[in-house]
Design a protein around this ligand. Structure first.
Ligand code: 5AD
Ligand code: SF4
Length: 458
């Protein structure tokens, strides 16, 4: 047993946050303590994201900060894990601050790497040599099922991986190069895991995959698609809500998927399905296999089956050669899609991707910024309108905990703290209530709304 204290900082998506949960549990099992305070740590781990340059810059500035810390504390061990570790490999060891580099496919060995780095004061590098050839590693599956504990940050909730990797090769995206080929996890492993989580008090499970609706797993005679997996997981007692992210806009299996939402009361009325652009020309250059019209048809299908389904989207603005006209088509799509919310990103060239190799990042930063702003403004009006419909309604929410940035417009006299929770369709609700509600369901009456948040009373 090692008597050391670790600190972990996590960047990026849910997939990454889940890896943080796994490695934290594994290190704790090996005897490591954990601290929120950087100053108290013997080992500092950074779980990194490569999806945009900005995310990488934040990691580099954090490493810069650790460099100073290491000047006064030379024994400090610094490890980089996640997508940047896979993308940059040995390069990360060169600046002297970093001691361990461990790719997303090597996290089952992280504890060993940390122990070696601490004991022998030697640099440790473990990444995939050729990630696209990385076959499914049984070590990863075992690691996942042993350490995948409920995320302690949000009581009552857990993320469970349905798939690893991505085979889509959208031309802007780094993920297929750092997370490897698509692998669907066995149905029985997922079911076992969710049962265990339910036993630990988990009520909401979110199934994860880069294109989770491409889930396909063959067991004996039957091939399970995501809809089948949702039915299987829905049978588990204790699990009340079930979500899945992120969906790729494809016709295959789509109606079945939405029918699963309709048929199973546990599967939440929520679909996160990025369009990325509303211009067919740009979609083609992005290697997205649909047109704006086909995308809107999928949304129509979804709403025909589940009329009140909440849909969220992602967009990239300022992709190479995006004209004002292309962008107006994106605005048009956003108006038609009537998303609950959408995430808008400025195009960021990623080394090694097809877009970076073949196209010029030729849209000026100022134009990207304006398009980003404009799209969010259009969406905000739609969100405000959709949120407004909740006024006076009673909703069921799963309480997440104390509101991090208390809202000032509280007219509550109960002396209860301000809590935050979410509805099944992912609307954020702020209300006053006892802290003991954290991790529980509650009924709240909505009294006031803003584009992103609903306010209510218990
Ligand atoms: N530049 C900007 N945004 C990107 N995304 C993925 N790659 C890039 C990139 N190179 C966005 C997409 C994706 C989300 C997770 O990040 O919109 O859906
Ligand atoms: Fe997640 Fe993508 Fe970032 Fe990797 S690059 S951490 S998969 S968002």
């Amino acid at each position: 047993m090692i008597n050391k204290t670790a600190h972990i900082k996590s960047f990026g998506c849910q997939m990454n946050k889940l890896d943080t949960v796994l490695v934290t549990a594994a290190l704790k099992d090996a005897g490591f303590g954990f601290t929120e305070k950087l100053k108290e740590a013997d080992v500092v781990l950074i779980n990194t994201c490569s999806v945009r340059q900005h995310a990488e810059q934040r990691v580099f500035s954090h490493i810069g900060h650790l460099k100073h810390l290491k000047e006064t504390r030379p024994a400090l061990v610094v490890g980089v894990i996640g997508c940047m570790a896979q993308r940059l490999g040995r390069e990360l060891l060169d600046n002297g601050t970093v001691d361990i580099v461990c790719g997303p496919g090597q996290i089952p060995r992280l504890t060993e790497l940390v122990e070696k780095a601490v004991a022998k004061n030697e640099k440790q590098l473990d990444v995939s040599d050729d990630i696209r050839r990385a076959i499914d590693n049984p070590e990863l599956e075992d690691f996942e099922s042993v350490y995948d504990r409920a995320d302690k940050d949000i009581p009552g909730q857990a993320f469970v991986r349905a798939m690893r990797g991505c085979d889509n090769f959208c031309t802007y995206c780094i993920v297929p190069y750092v997370r490897g080929p698509e692998v669907s996890r066995p149905v029985n492993k997922i079911v076992e895991q969710v049962k265990r989580l339910a036993g630990e008090g988990v009520k909401l499970v979110t199934l994860l995959g880069q294109a989770v609706n491409k889930y396909k797993y063959r067991a004996g005679e039957k091939t399970y698609i995501l809809a089948d997996l949702l039915y299987e997981v829905s049978k588990i007692g204790g699990i009340e809500w079930l979500r899945f992210v992120t969906s790729y806009p494809q016709k295959e299996g789509f109606a079945e998927l939405i029918q699963a939402i309709d048929h199973s009361p546990k599967v939440c009325n929520y679909l996160h399905m990025p369009a990325q652009s509303g211009s067919d020309r740009i979609l083609k250059a992005m290697n997205r296999h649909y047109t704006a019209q086909q995308y809107l048809e999928l949304i129509d299908t979804a709403r025909q089956i589940v009329p009140d389904i909440a849909i969220a989207g992602d967009f990239i603005v300022g992709f190479p050669d995006e004209t004002d006209e292309d962008f107006e088509q994106t605005v048009d799509l956003v108006k038609k899609a009537r998303y609950k919310n959408c995430f808008v990103f400025k195009y960021s060239p990623r080394p090694g991707t097809t877009a970076d190799k073949r196209l010029q990042d030729n849209i000026p930063a100022e134009v990207k910024k304006l398009r980003n702003y404009r799209l969010l403004e259009v969406q905000q009006a739609i969100s405000a309108e959709l949120a407004g419909r909740f006024e006076g309604r009673r909703v069921t929410i799963l309480v997440e905990g104390l509101s991090k940035k208390p809202h000032l417009n509280s007219d509550d006299e109960s002396n209860n703290p301000q809590l935050v929770g979410r509805t099944a369709d992912d609307w954020i609700v702020v209300f006053n209530g006892p802290d003991s509600l954290t991790g529980q369901f509650a009924q709240v009456k909505i009294t006031k709304t803003s584009p992103l948040t609903l306010f209510g009373i218990l």
